[in-house]
Design a protein around this ligand. Structure first.
Ligand code: HXC
Length: 292
C-alpha cells in the first residue's frame, strides 16, 4: 500500500522511534482511503508492519462508531497488502482508549442496540488473519481494554492502566471484556475488575498475564514495531496457521484443539516455506520465506 500523503510518509520515516504527535483535525489518506479518527502508516525497516494510531486525543481516544469502522477499513487494507506481516495498534501516551464513546451511547435505546446489533463490527479486530499487537500507553478502559484484548499480543507502557469500569455507568462490558479478561487473568481478578470497576496498572497486568511486556513509555511503540518486524520476517502463511492454532485454545476442548493443531501442522508441509525453513537450517543459512 503506497502512502499517498507525502507529509505522512516523511513523518513515518523520521519517527520510527516514537508515536506521532498528530493534529486531530488532520485527515490521513493511505491507499486511497481517508481517515478522520486514526493515523495509518507502514512502519519498520522494511515497511512491513502496519501501524494504526487512534487519534481522538481530546476525548482520550473514546471509541466512536466511526473510529472503529476506520480501524476495520485499515485492517482490511493491511490484510490485502502482501508486504504487511503484522499490525500494531496504539493510542497516545495518555490514553490507548478510554472506552466506547459514552456521549454517543448516552441516549441509545435497547431497541436500537439489539435491533442494530450495536458494536458487532468491533469484532473485525479479532478476525484479522495477520497478527495484531496492541501497544498500550495510558488508559485502556472499557472498550479500550476490550480492543487491546482483541489483539493477539499486548505490550504495555509503564504508566498503562487497564480496567472495565462499565459497572459504574450502569452497564457491563459488551465487546468481549467478561470473556477475554477472565480467560487472560482468571476468574477472581476479572470478577473484581468487572464488579468494582477498579483498574490494574501495567505491572499488575503483566503479573496477571494480561500483557506480555512492560516498556518505558517512549520505548513502547518501537518495541511493538520490533515485535511486528520479527513476526513479519517469518512466513505469513505459516504465521496465520500458528495464530489460528493458538486462538483455537480459547474455543475448543483440549482434544479438539490438539486435533486442529495437528492438521495445521500437517498443512505446513504443503507449503514451500516449511521446506525452505528446514532446508535453510540444514544448510546453516537464514531462511528466505516467500509466503508460499
Ligand atoms: C466519551 C470521554 C470518554 C469516553 C473520556 N472522555 N472518556 N468521552 N467517552 N469513554 C472525554 C471526557 O468527557 C473529557 O471531555 C475528555 O475526554 C477528558 O476526560 P477527563 O475525564 O476530563 O480526564 P481525566 O479527569 O484525566 O479522567 C480520565 C478518565 C475519565 C479516568 C479516563 O475520562 C473516565 O473515567 N472516562 C470514562 C471511562 C469509562 O467509563 N470507560 C468505559 C466506557 S463504556 P470533555 O469534553 O467532557 O472535557 C464502554 C463500553 C464498552 O467502553 C462496551 C462495548 C464496546
Amino acid at each position: 500500500m503506497a502512502l499517498l500523503c507525502r507529509s505522512a510518509a516523511l513523518l513515518c520515516k523520521s519517527s520510527r522511534a516514537a508515536p506521532l504527535a498528530v493534529s486531530a483535525a488532520h485527515k490521513y489518506t493511505t491507499g486511497g482511503v481517508t481517515y478522520d479518527y486514526i493515523v495509518v502508516e507502514k512502519r519498520g525497516e522494511k515497511q512491513n508492519v502496519g501501524f494504526i494510531q487512534l487519534n481522538r486525543p481530546k476525548v482520550l481516544n473514546a471509541l466512536c462508531d466511526g473510529l472503529m469502522l476506520e480501524v476495520g477499513k485499515a485492517l482490511d487494507a493491511f490484510e490485502a497488502d502482501k508486504d504487511i506481516g503484522a499490525v500494531v495498534i496504539t493510542g497516545s501516551d495518555r490514553a490507548f482508549a478510554a472506552g466506547a464513546d459514552i456521549k454517543e451511547m448516552q441516549n441509545r435505546t435497547f431497541q436500537e442496540c439489539y435491533g442494530g446489533n450495536f458494536l458487532a463490527h468491533w469484532n473485525r479486530v479479532s478476525m484479522s488473519k495477520k497478527p495484531v499487537i496492541a501497544a498500550v500507553n495510558g488508559f485502556a478502559l472499557g472498550g479500550g481494554c476490550e480492543l487491546a484484548m482483541m489483539c493477539d499480543i499486548i505490550y504495555a507502557g509503564e504508566k498503562a492502566h487497564f480496567g472495565q469500569p462499565e459497572i459504574l455507568l450502569g452497564t457491563i462490558p459488551g465487546a468481549g471484556g467478561t470473556q477475554r479478561l477472565t480467560r487472560a487473568v482468571g476468574k477472581s481478578l476479572a470478577m473484581e475488575m468487572v464488579l468494582t470497576g477498579d483498574r490494574i496498572n501495567a505491572q499488575e497486568a503483566k503479573q496477571a498475564g494480561l500483557v506480555s511486556k512492560v516498556c518505558p513509555v517512549d520505548q513502547l511503540v518501537p518495541e511493538a514495531i520490533k515485535c511486528g518486524e520479527k513476526i513479519a520476517a517469518n512466513s505469513k502463511l505459516v504465521s496465520a496457521m500458528a495464530k489460528e492454532a493458538v486462538n483455537a485454545a480459547y474455543e475448543l476442548t483440549l482434544a479438539e484443539g490438539n486435533r486442529l493443531e495437528k492438521r495445521l501442522f500437517h498443512s505446513t508441509f504443503a507449503t514451500e516455506d516449511r521446506k525452505e525453513g528446514m532446508t535453510a537450517f540444514v544448510e546453516k543459512r537464514k531462511a528466505d520465506f516467500q509466503d508460499k
